[in-house]
Design a protein around this ligand. Structure first.
Ligand SMILES: [Zn+2]
Length: 292
């Protein structure tokens, strides 16, 4: 999107610095909301450099970097950290080191907005809850020391009960096309109204889901044992499970997040060109199923 274009002002003069963008990011998705194990904030880049073109992505993959640098991006905002675990080398012979080298050589900054983007109002799970039309939404796990509406995951109610099958179709239609599709546990004719969601891997929140009395839980990366145990304990009843692409569940957030950042920077008089990456970073390419 273009923000506050003025014909008489050169774009570069009105572009924010990386530091200006970091201030806006801190306002929208405060680092204080990030989980203790997380690594958010600036990964590469100089605060004083200009950031006229900003690209949002779920993952800082090589293909995303190709796209960003071909466009002339001066900053990438990635949901997932490039360097979550400590490293002792950023040699370009490794794929992460290669990304770091390409960023620095091109003068492109990289910033991570991860669990701070999950927890914040307007964050990943909020966007998912909004897209599904949930009402009276609250966090599944409120943030320690945060506002009551901040925290991981969300739970809320549909306007009217629908079948699990129809609800799963609605979830499927919202998300980008990925090879793995959408997996559902539960009878497709069962009615659901109360819905819990967690963008990304959410199987650590099952106790919260049960406590919330959700009929169905939408999240990603559900592993066999946690999912099996939830379904056995439920004896065929709720909570039903909808397992979606990790990438897809977080991709929904990119456009509203890009819009929000553009709004904050625009309100401060900065001109920016902010885009969402067109690269699908879901790692799966095809799936085999037994058929109907
Ligand atoms: Zn994630």
């Amino acid at each position: 999107m273009e923000q506050n274009q003025h014909d008489d002002a050169p774009v570069a003069a009105a572009a924010p610095t990386v530091g200006d963008v970091l201030l806006a990011i801190g306002e929208l998705w405060p680092e204080s909301l990030a989980e203790g194990w997380d690594a958010v904030g600036l990964v590469a880049g100089r605060a004083e450099n200009r950031a006229a073109k900003i690209l949002f992505t779920v993952d800082p993959s090589a293909a995303v970097l190709d796209e960003a640098l071909a466009w002339g991006a001066s900053m990438i905002v990635s949901h997932h950290p490039l360097l979550l675990k400590p490293v002792s080398s950023v040699a370009a012979s490794g794929f992460k080191g290669d990304v770091v080298h390409r960023l620095i050589e091109a003068g492109c900054a990289l910033v991570t907005v991860h669990t701070n983007g999950d927890s914040a109002v307007g964050g990943v799970s909020d966007v998912l809850a909004d897209a599904l039309g949930l009402r009276d939404v609250e966090p599944l796990a409120p943030a320690a020391g945060g506002l009551p509406e901040e925290g991981i995951g969300r739970v809320g109610d549909l306007g009217a009960p629908v079948t699990l099958g129809a609800f799963a179709e609605a979830v499927f239609s919202l998300l980008p096309a990925v090879a793995g599709g959408v997996r559902v546990a539960g009878n497709s004719d069962a009615l659901v109204r109360r819905v819990a969601v967690c963008g990304g891997a959410g199987d650590s929140l099952f106790d919260r889901v049960r406590a919330s009395r959700a009929d169905v839980y939408v999240t990603a990366d559900l592993r066999h044992h946690p999912a099996f145990e939830v379904r056995e304990a439920a004896a065929g009843g709720p909570p039903y499970l909808i397992d979606v692409s990790h990438f897809g569940s977080e991709w929904l957030w990119l456009t509203p997040a890009a819009d929000a950042l553009g709004d904050v920077l625009g309100a401060r008089g900065f001109t920016t060109d902010i885009r969402v990456s067109s690269v699908n970073t879901d790692p799966w390419d095809f799936v085999l199923t037994p058929g109907p």
